[in-house]
Write a protein that binds this ligand. Structure first.
Ligand code: HAX
Length: 436
């Protein structure tokens, strides 16, 4: 299989680099950790290597060293499409190489051949009450496949360690092939009277996902190609990716790891922000009965801040610039839906909010992140149920999770076990050091 061959050809090279680093520079100190960092979310403390994707504060996300603009320009696409095939991004993340169109198509073919979802997964979803959150259904559906994981079954039989990543890759391809079907099933069951739309095997993964969500407009297929590209990974230290990686380090299978990662993604300060952002924008739009003026936006933003709430879609723990993923979606909207009034609202908000956040003097990054616009594009193409947006996000993000977990196993990364201290330890360390 194409990805297996590509990873196989590279594993030794990366293993040697890591081994050399440990052997020759193992005692090199790369950071001092402060009390403030330990007490505030281990913010900024380097915890691991993330070669698959990396976030530069001033220029944003890089997939295997390529910026978002480079990825959009260099990756192959099918004829007539502006946006790369999802299979090409997955190949880049896993294989560390810009693929040819033929290679990207082979990944899409792999997904086609593995996409059948076992009936028990649908039964798990059906067992949830109508009121259940779509993210809990999605996470549970994925978790339910753990018992049939190829890794789990072979591990039970005592497979040798050098087989681990091969079997994890198998499971990863199965999971990533099935995820859009599971997500679409949840969508149609929860919001559209269980009117399920059969997959169209002729389409690529993203276009098929768009089709199963009920919109066959070619522009929506394009949007979903862009969406899958932009949401696939964002460095391996954010809540969800790190959770998936941490759980994977215990040799848990890919379903256990990805389900855990999705539970982190479901939090309001992380993946759920896209839903909150869209709801905030919709409320703003309705309050002023149309596209609000900049003065009206100023009023509305001040009110949100006075209520002690954050402006959703703005700020970031690492970025210190407008998120290039926001800009790529803005470009899509300008081309495809310039007259959409919610998009026009997004643009007016973009002109007003950074200035207000800067003036507070405390916000580290006043610029929009990816979530400031994502929901607006979905609204335009008819996917209006905002509480489903994190499932959309998760469908793409598990691809990134799987790339990190497969590579961790290929490189034989050990189980993670950082150290926790008591408050008393900290107090004693400080007083014993003579620090004032
Ligand atoms: N609106 C108002 N205040 C904000 C703010 C915003 N958008 N972003 C940060 N601040 C405030 C913080 O609440 C904090 O205030 P206090 O000191 O009073 O607690 C202060 O500014 C400093 O915070 P920071 O260092 O700038 O930001 P953090 O790294 O702590 O947090 C967050 C980063 C993304 C969580 C934050 O900017 C935020 O809550 N933004 C709004 C929610 C959002 O858009 N989340 C999505 C992030 C992208 C993502 O992960 N997607 O999955």
């Amino acid at each position: 299989m194409i990805l297996e061959d590509r990873i196989e050809a590279n594993v030794m090279i990366w293993q040697e680099r890591i081994n050399r680093l440990i052997k020759e520079h193992g005692s090199y100190v790369i950071s001092d950790v402060t009390v403030a960092q330990i007490c505030s979310g281990i913010r900024g403390v380097p915890i691991q290597i993330s070669d698959i994707s990396y976030v530069e504060p001033e220029s944003g996300l890089r997939y295997r060293t390529y910026t978002i603009n480079e990825v959009l320009n260099l990756l192959p696409r099918i004829e007539g499409s502006r946006y790369p095939l999802t299979g090409s991004i997955y190949y880049l993340l896993m294989g560390n190489e810009i693929p040819t169109l033929s290679k990207a198509m082979q990944i899409e073919d792999e997904w086609r051949s593995r996409a059948k979802v076992p009936q028990y997964v649908y039964d798990v979803i059906d067992a949830f009450p109508e009121t259940a959150s779509p993210m809990s259904m999605f996470s549970a559906a994925i978790l339910s496949m753990s018992g049939q994981s190829k890794f789990y079954l072979e591990y039970e039989k005592g497979m040798p360690k050098d087989r681990y990543w091969h079997v994890m890759l198998e499971d990863s391809l199965d999971l990533t092939a099935r995820a859009p079907r599971i997500a679409a099933y949840i969508y149609n069951r929860k919001y559209h009277g269980n009117q399920q739309i059969p997959a169209d095997e002729n389409l690529d993964l993203a276009a098929n996902f768009a089709h199963m969500l009920g919109n066959d407009d070619p522009a929506y297929a394009e949007l979903m190609r862009l969406f899958m590209l932009l949401h696939m990974d964002h460095e391996n230290a954010n809540v969800s990716a790190h959770t998936a990686h941490l759980v994977g380090s215990a040799l848990s299978d890919i379903y256990l790891s990805c389900s855990a990662g999705l539970n982190g993604l479901a939090g309001p300060l992380h993946g759920l922000a896209n839903q909150e952002c869209c709801n905030w924008l919709l409320k703003l739009y309705h309050e002023f009965q149309g596209v609000p003026s900049k003065d009206q936006i100023r009023q509305y933003v001040e009110k949100t801040l006075q209520e002690g709430r954050v402006i959703p879609g703005y700020g970031h723990a690492v970025l210190r610039c407008t998120d290039p993923r926001f800009l790529a979606q803005m470009d899509f909207a300008k081309r495809n839906m310039p007259d959409d009034e919610l998009f026009q609202t997004v643009m007016n908000v973009y002109e007003v909010v950074p200035g207000i956040l800067k003036a507070t003097g405390k916000v580290s990054n006043p610029w929009p992140n990816v979530d400031a616009i994502t929901g607006t594009l979905q609204q335009h193409y008819g996917v209006k149920e905002t509480d489903f947006y994190t499932v959309l996000f998760g469908t793409s993000r598990i691809m990134g999770f799987t790339a990190h977990v497969v590579w961790a196993r290929a490189l034989g990364k050990p189980i993670e076990r950082p150290k926790a201290l008591t408050t008393r330890h900290l107090e004693s360390m400080i007083s014993n050091s003579g620090y004032r």
